[in-house]
Design a protein around this ligand. Structure first.
Ligand code: AAO
Length: 512
């Protein structure tokens, strides 16, 4: 009996680590600030045909509207209530999007902001995305409803009421993160409101949640709330499927709160991944690609089964959150494509690809004064649609990294090699590396300042393969480089250090 209970508990906790992907897909794309109507289209016309597993969407609930600065992206991290009208669209549009994406096998993961409501200085009025009245001065959020009872201030002992010291666990969890009104989630009432909100989304068909600011919530409170979540909607998921949970905890070391306090509850965002990978690809601190031979746990990261990984996210691509200057983004496209390619080829973690919008950066003493700028918008503040150009890139300031050939093709590569061991590692002792994923895929990267010219064991069956970085297989022909693998599994690779993309990737589905 005891054993049965243990198995049941273990099964439950493991289930919350499972992305519940459909059709053997393996990656999430964060469509940061996209409108629901555009996401629905993108699922049908692009994400499903190209094997994307799911989408992280921006917070869908009622949020503050700010004028100073004008409509910053981060207003969506200041909830006013849990009604589902946001900068990305109405509840009807959200529902239509979730349905259409599920129907083509693409999961939706919702970024949920449950630690807090708007900033203490948010004022009073109806300046919210649903147009609902609130009063931040007396902590009145009538649509939930929350009142002063539901907030933590009585338990915070800093003079400012804010988190002043990350070395004090109580401050981090009971005080206000950058002045945001901090919910008292040890109370059944507040918990029930959060659970109702998340369960409503589950009913609509979402597959799970990116839980914002988990460092600032007590793991025990989260455990109770996660335990009250419904199973996923059986219209699209097999019965008994638990919602996927990945928690935002920034743990770069050096603070008393660690990611490991949360890994029993679900996955955790591994922030060391992008910070260290950026350092390696930039060759800072004498780092070399060859050191990636034991990438993952060997680099002091959490175990693969607990990790949600990414090269950059919506915060650290613009100097918010953490990670620092090493973070690679679309602003450094050549290194970025290589780093994302490496991430998608490597078996560690559940992978998330970023899809951004461009903004006018304005660096003053190394700090971007325009880090607040919101998505491409009309003068009334409403978000612009994502137009698709004839060459399949996006217009109007939408970067769409997920549509870059090199990145999209590596998302497919990851699906093809799923479950295969990393093997046949090769390096030149410096910044040229290669490895296979069993007998299904092989990648070679040259980040040295000289050419790579090597014959390597690929582990693949003999034949001619099409490189998915310089081009791809189209019908029976190849628009990129061709690689000939002999009966002994060996193939010759030549990658000039001057190439636009100095890496090559082949997999069994690109055999010509
Ligand atoms: C806005 C304004 C504020 C204003 C506030 C209220 O910018 O000036 O006071 O409204 O009116 C986003 C924006 C915020 C914005 C907020 C609300 O980023 O600028 O505030 O919406 O609109 C911490 C949290 C982490 C959080 C991150 C930004 O732990 O959870 O800050 N990320 C999430 C979201 C994010 C969002 C929120 C949370 C809030 O992804 O988009 O904020 O919903 C240390 C700690 C980290 C801490 C960072 C940053 O990191 O470890 O936990 O993250 O500091 O404060 C080295 C260290 C590293 C350290 C880092 C930075 O790298 O190794 O550990 O330095 O010091």
């Amino acid at each position: 009996m005891k054993l049965l209970i243990l198995v049941a508990l273990f099964g439950l906790s493991v289930a919350q680590h499972n992305p519940q992907y459909k059709h053997g897909r393996t990656s999430i794309v964060h469509l940061f600030e996209w409108r629901w109507a555009d996401i629905a289209e993108e699922c049908e016309r692009y994400l499903a045909p190209n094997g994307f597993g799911g989408i992280q969407i921006s917070p869908p609930n009622d949020h503050i509207i700010l004028n100073d600065p004008w409509r910053p992206w981060y207003q969506r991290y200041q909830p006013i209530g849990y009604n589902l009208c946001s900068r990305s669209g109405s509840e009807a549009e959200l529902k239509d999007m979730i349905t259409r994406c599920n129907n083509v096998g693409v999961n939706i993961y919702v970024d949920v902001v449950i630690n807090h409501m708007c900033g203490a200085g948010g004022g009073a009025g109806t300046h919210s995305s649903c147009g609902s009245y609130f009063n931040a001065n007396n902590k009145d959020f009538p649509t939930v409803p929350y009142s002063a009872w539901d907030f933590n201030d009585g338990k915070c002992y800093t003079g400012s009421g804010n988190i002043d010291n990350y070395n004090d666990i109580n401050q981090v969890r009971n005080c206000r993160l950058v002045g945001l009104l901090d919910l008292a989630l040890e109370k059944d009432y507040a918990r029930s409101k959060v659970v109702d909100f998340m369960n409503k989304l589950i009913d609509l068909g979402v597959a799970g949640f990116r839980v914002d600011a988990c460092k600032h919530m007590w793991p025990g409170d989260l455990q109770v709330m996660y335990g009250k979540l419904k199973d996923l909607n059986t219209k699209w998921f097999s019965s008994g499927s638990r919602p996927f949970i990945y928690q935002e905890v920034i743990d770069l070391g050096g603070e008393p709160i660690t990611a490991s306090e949360y890994t029993g509850l679900g996955r955790v965002t591994e922030f060391k991944y992008g910070a260290k990978l950026g350092t390696v690809f930039r060759k800072w601190n004498n780092e070399k690609l060859r050191y990636l031979v034991n990438w993952g746990e060997g680099w002091g990261m959490m175990s693969s089964g607990n990790a949600l990984v990414f090269v950059d996210n919506h915060d650290n691509q613009r100097g918010h959150g953490a990670g620092g200057a090493s973070i690679l983004t679309f602003w450094d496209p050549r290194l970025y494509k290589m780093a994302v390619g490496f991430m998608l080829a490597h078996p560690y973690g559940v992978t998330r690809v970023m899809s951004s919008f461009r903004w006018d950066r304005n660096f003053v003493n190394g700090v971007d004064k325009n880090d607040w700028i919101g998505p491409p918008s009309y003068s009334d503040g409403s978000t612009k649609p994502v137009p698709i150009n004839p060459d399949s890139t996006c217009g109007d300031g939408w970067v769409c990294e997920h549509r870059w050939r090199q990145i999209r093709n590596m998302v497919i590569f990851r699906n093809v090699v799923e479950g295969q061991q990393l093997s046949l590692w090769w390096d030149n002792g410096n910044n040229q590396i290669a490895f296979s994923r069993g007998d299904r895929g092989f990648i070679v990267i040259n980040n040295d300042d000289w050419d790579l010219d090597e014959t390597l064991n690929t582990g693949l069956p003999n034949g001619t393969y099409c490189d998915v970085i310089s081009g791809q297989k189209e019908g029976t022909s190849c628009t990129g480089k061709q690689v000939t693998v002999g009966g002994d599994g060996r193939a010759h690779f030549k990658i000039s250090s001057q190439e636009e993309d100095p890496f090559v990737a082949i997999h069994i589905n690109t055999k010509l």
